[in-house]
Design a protein around this ligand. Structure first.
Ligand code: XMP
Length: 513
């Protein structure tokens, strides 16, 4: 039976995928479609509701994305967010203008007052913080609509026509900064659209498998398996979808943590899939020799990966698809769309022209980390694999600051293992979403026994986060830090100083490079 569906119409906003995620969190199936999608296609999908996203444009600018007026006559409830709200007003007889002065232009957290008799705000508090980001405002509310929220600066923060199920909010309910934002979306779905909450991760799995089968046909797929959560979940999904048309290649680039290569081989060689381990440490170390610029390191590793795959693909013969475990935060942070490039994650699609695969498949591209984990459980992956902390594709090369050598990698591997060992012994693992050691390229003077030392400074990093896009540094108890520090200095040869990284993201990133 077909799931109820919400269609998110994309007018170019920054948070559009977050809207989709919030809808799915509420147990309602959702698709994001471009605003240019023909009305006939929208009708054919029989959605129970539409959500118009934000966007950078101004509705009165003709070049800005416009909504097809027919959408307002379909009898389907609509929630307009920010620009989407202005589209509602503009199309239904209201007036939107550029804010004349700064007082009506709102950015950031804004104290807002809600009319809780409106279905959208039912059961929520009458006052709360909402996240605004708009330069235009609704000067005149369309006929048939009433005002249901205001702030100090702006009388028209939210509007509704309950009869037709049309709601518009100037703020962004989908971002965490808006108090009760998810509850408002839930109210729209359940109170206004009559959602039943009939969508589960099991449905997502079934849908994803169907789509993969359609796309791949009889083709062969090569999958880049790193042993991390994302690629393991992608592998399990692909294995279920296309069986032995799939070959998983684990490139051991020599930049893994202690014993990790063997552990990955051990875990996956038990699976009923074609599994190949390629030992390519030398190849990577030669290319990385003398390179200290972080982006260049990433690019070299990314490219070398592709080359290794191509070579494997040639051996298998006629591989049509390359599958990667790219997840949504990787896509955003690599600068998809209009977002600024922060780091070029090497596992993000967009292959160079000369790459030898017909197509790339990224079945997790729209999922956040916790959704990937849920899908992994759905696919029957063991808990230790599903809950593994993330490990970056470029591996320890971006945790050795400056140029990378085998000796430095071995030093880092040993220290990192001690850190993880002490965390496990202290029972803190679940409070730390990602933790690791970084070998800085700074050396300093120390004293050991009666002698002077001049050795490396090693940094410990641990963060607490749910989405890895923002993160707080973990308050690790001093006694645990003390044990880690003592052991590393005593057991690892050339480290004589340990520091703990106490910056959050932003302004820092989680990795140091
Ligand atoms: P940053 O350092 O950007 O990291 O705050 C956010 C999360 O992404 C991981 N990371 C990567 N993962 N390929 C990956 O698969 C990469 O190139 C990469 N760089 C960073 C990082 O470990 C953290 O979990």
């Amino acid at each position: 039976m077909k799931n109820q569906e919400i269609i998110v119409l994309d007018f170019g906003g920054q948070y559009n995928q977050l809207i989709a995620r919030r809808v799915r969190e509420c147990g309602v199936y959702c698709e994001v479609k471009p605003f240019t999608t023909p009305v006939s296609e929208i009708k054919a999908a029989e959605p129970i509701g539409l959500i118009f996203t934000g966007g950078p444009g101004s509705v009165y600018d003709e070049k800005s994305p416009q909504a097809d007026p027919e959408l307002f006559g379909l009898g389907i409830p609509i929630l307009g967010i920010c620009y989407g709200c202005q589209l509602l007003a503009h199309n239904l007889g209201g007036r939107v203008t550029a804010a004349q002065d700064d007082s009506a232009r709102e950015y950031g957290k804004t104290e807002t007052y809600f009319d809780t008799s409106a279905k959208l705000f039912k059961g929520l508090s009458e006052r709360g913080v909402s996240w605004m980001s708009h330069g235009d405002y609704m000067e005149k509310v369309p006929d048939g609509f009433r005002l249901i929220a205001h702030s100090e600066a702006c009388p028209n923060v939210a509007i509704c026509d309950e009869e037709r199920g049309f709601y518009g909010v100037q703020f962004h309910p989908e971002v965490n900064h808006t108090e009760n934002g998810t509850e408002m979306i839930r109210n729209f779905l359940f109170e206004v659209c009559g959602a039943k909450g009939d969508w589960t991760m099991g449905d997502y799995k079934a849908e994803a498998i169907k789509n993969i089968r359609e796309r791949v046909g009889n083709g062969k797929v090569l999958l880049a398996l790193s042993g991390g959560v994302d690629s393991s979940v992608a592998a399990a999904l692909m294995a279920e979808a296309v069986g032995n048309q799939l070959t998983c290649v684990f490139v051991d680039h020599g930049l893994m943590r202690l014993n990790e290569g063997d552990e990955v081989e051990e875990a996956f060689s038990k699976w009923n899939i074609n599994f190949i381990r390629v030992n390519a440490e030398n190849r990577f170390l030669i290319r990385l020799a003398g390179v200290s610029e972080p982006e260049l390191k990433r690019k070299i590793i990314g490219e070398e990966f592709i080359r290794v795959f191509e070579a494997e693909a040639k051996k298998i013969g006629k591989v049509d698809f390359l599958c990667q475990g790219t997840i949504y935060p990787d896509v955003i942070e690599s600068g998809a769309g209009n977002a600024a490039v922060i780091k070029s994650h090497h596992n993000v699609g967009g292959l160079p022209d000369y790459v030898d695969f017909k197509e790339i498949i990224e079945p997790l591209r729209m999922l956040f980390k916790d959704e990937v984990r849920a899908l992994g459980r759905e696919l029957g992956l063991p808990e230790y694999l599903v809950m593994r902390q993330p490990f970056p594709g470029p591996g320890l090369a971006i945790r050795v600051i400056g140029d990378v050598t085998k000796e430095k990698l071995d030093t880092l591997r040993h220290a990192d293992w001690i850190f993880r060992d002490e965390v496990a012994k202290s029972g803190l693992e679940s409070a730390m979403n990602q933790y690791f050691a970084v070998l800085t390229n700074m050396r300093s003077v120390g004293v050991m026994g009666d002698g002077r030392t001049y050795d490396y400074t090693l940094a410990l990093r641990s963060v607490t986060t749910s989405d890895f896009m923002t993160a707080d540094w973990t308050r690790i108890p001093y006694d645990v830090l003390d044990r880690v520090s003592t052991r590393i200095v005593n057991e690892v040869g050339n480290v004589n100083r340990i520091v703990y990284d106490i910056t959050s993201k932003p302004p820092a990133t989680i990795e140091w490079e």
